[in-house]
Ligand binder design. Structure first.
Ligand code: HAM
Length: 420
């Protein structure tokens, strides 16, 4: 223990668990790499205004949860609370949308920061794998993203998740609905904060989980009844494509999401084993975001999947990922001469592409064999004075327990053959 601890709401990833996180990130992004999405990386901080304009001034994310700072030069920055606004900003800045190939399909993976009240599954520093498809209005693109997220979760072995789907309408029909909803909400018995929200972001009131609020929301106008014909047709097409792909979803007309940029398709992946922080991923269409941040009209759609919560979901389902040991050969020298010889062999093995490790620190045989076991290596190579005098090492198969003398010169080839 040092004097310091990881800051509140954060945690460290340390071996061996950290391997699981890497594997989850890999599994969540694999379907994207296989579907024409190119990798993008953006800075961990951006101009505050990118998020207040993009994600929305009235959202919790912007109004309560952003880590903001003023640089010595006077620039107002925020640690990124999400990836969509940054990725779109970067795509516009690099003129990716002008290269002719729309949609621009991008994926990313990284850390995000929200000053939230920490609890299980909700952290101040968390990790997402995300995808954004920029510059096309095509229901097949919305469907593609949902299908790929579904595939990612399934390849991990997850089963107890559900897909919630909704349409939030567009700039034609949503304002009409918003008016109707505001009118309804103003008649209710609500606290000051919630009343203020009616003016700023009435759809979020529907999301209020408190029973005394939910009770009053029975009979509230539902967006579905207000969708214009274009939005209705678009949504039907997304639903049909999902059904055709065998992806099961639930219509959830209360799904509004916590970011203001969404239009039309919105969805969330929820896991039933996670308690209150049940959303393992979410996303939707954001046809107006580009213009909101000063760009041209670029209808787009995307999602972000939470790595931390996906790991929790795996634990909730009792799924152990099969993580192959990262070390194949562990070398244990007995004596000074053997140290030099085996260290050189380890280098040779590594250069030949075999994952190898070495008993450092000059501990005795017992301690070194413990390290060998802990490494999960398939083989150990032990050598002492007498072996070296005969030009051999002892190669032990840790699975079968068999041990054989192998000529020093033949070791690399022998190991390669056995591992193949
Ligand atoms: P989001 O729903 O805010 O969407 O976050 C996506 C996922 O990140 C959540 O479903 C959750 O798994 C994870 N997550 C969010 N906050 C936390 C937290 N405090 N602790 C742990 N995990 C968390 C977005 O971020 C949008 N940018 C998604 C998107 C992409 N929409 C369009 N394109």
């Amino acid at each position: 223990m040092s004097t310091f601890k990881a800051p509140k709401g954060t945690y460290d990833l340390t071996p061996p668990d950290s391997a699981k996180y890497l594997a989850v990130r890999e599994a969540l992004s694999a379907p994207l790499k296989n579907s024409g999405y190119g990798y993008i990386e953006t800075p961990g901080f951006e101009d505050v205004a990118l998020f207040s304009r993009g994600v929305g001034e009235s959202t919790d994310i912007v109004s309560k949860e952003m880590y903001t700072l003023t640089t010595k030069g006077g620039t107002e920055l925020a640690l990124r609370p999400e990836g969509t606004a940054s990725v779109l900003r970067a795509a516009l800045e690099a003129n990716l949308h002008k290269l002719g190939n729309l949609p621009v399909k991008l994926w990313y993976s990284g850390s995000y920061y929200r000053y939230e009240r920490p609890q299980k599954g909700r952290y101040r520093h968390f990790s997402q794998v995300g995808a954004e498809a920029i510059g096309a209005e095509d229901p097949a693109l919305d469907a593609e993203l949902i299908i790929l997220a579904d595939q990612a979760y399934r390849t991990l072995g997850l089963q107890n998740f559900r897909i919630l789907l909704n349409s939030l309408g567009d700039k034609e029909c949503r304002p009409v609905y918003r008016d109707a909803l505001q009118e309804f909400l103003r008649e209710l018995d609500l606290d000051e904060d919630t009343r203020r929200r009616i003016d700023l972001n009435p759809l979020r009131v529907l999301d209020d989980k408190r029973p005394e609020v939910q009770k009053q929301l029975v009979g509230a106008p539902v967006l579905r009844d207000y969708l214009c014909d274009a939005c209705k047709a678009y949504h039907e097409e997304v639903r049909d494509l999902l059904t055709a792909a065998g992806v099961v979803y639930e219509d959830d007309e209360k799904l509004v999401r916590g970011l203001d940029y969404y239009t039309r398709t919105t969805f969330e992946f929820v896991h039933d084993g996670l308690g209150s922080q049940s959303a393992v991923g979410g996303g939707g269409r954001y046809d107006g975001l580009s213009e909101m941040i000063g760009g041209p009209a670029l209808p787009s759609v995307g999602w972000a999947l939470g790595v931390d919560r996906t790991v929790l979901a795996l634990e909730a389902e009792g799924i152990e990922l099969e993580l192959p040991s990262s070390t194949s050969v562990f070398a244990v020298p007995l004596g000074e001469e053997a140290r030099r010889v085996l260290f050189a062999k380890v280098t040779e093995l590594r250069r030949a592409g075999v994952a190898a490790d070495f008993a450092f620190g000059g501990r005795g045989l017992k301690g070194a064999m413990k390290s060998a076991n802990r490494s999960g290596a398939r083989f150990t190579v032990v050598a002492g004075e007498r072996d070296l005098a005969e030009g051999v090492v002892q190669l032990k198969d840790m699975e079968s327990g068999e041990q054989q003398a192998v000529a020093l010169d033949a070791l690399v080839a022998e190991v390669q053959q056995k591992l193949a």
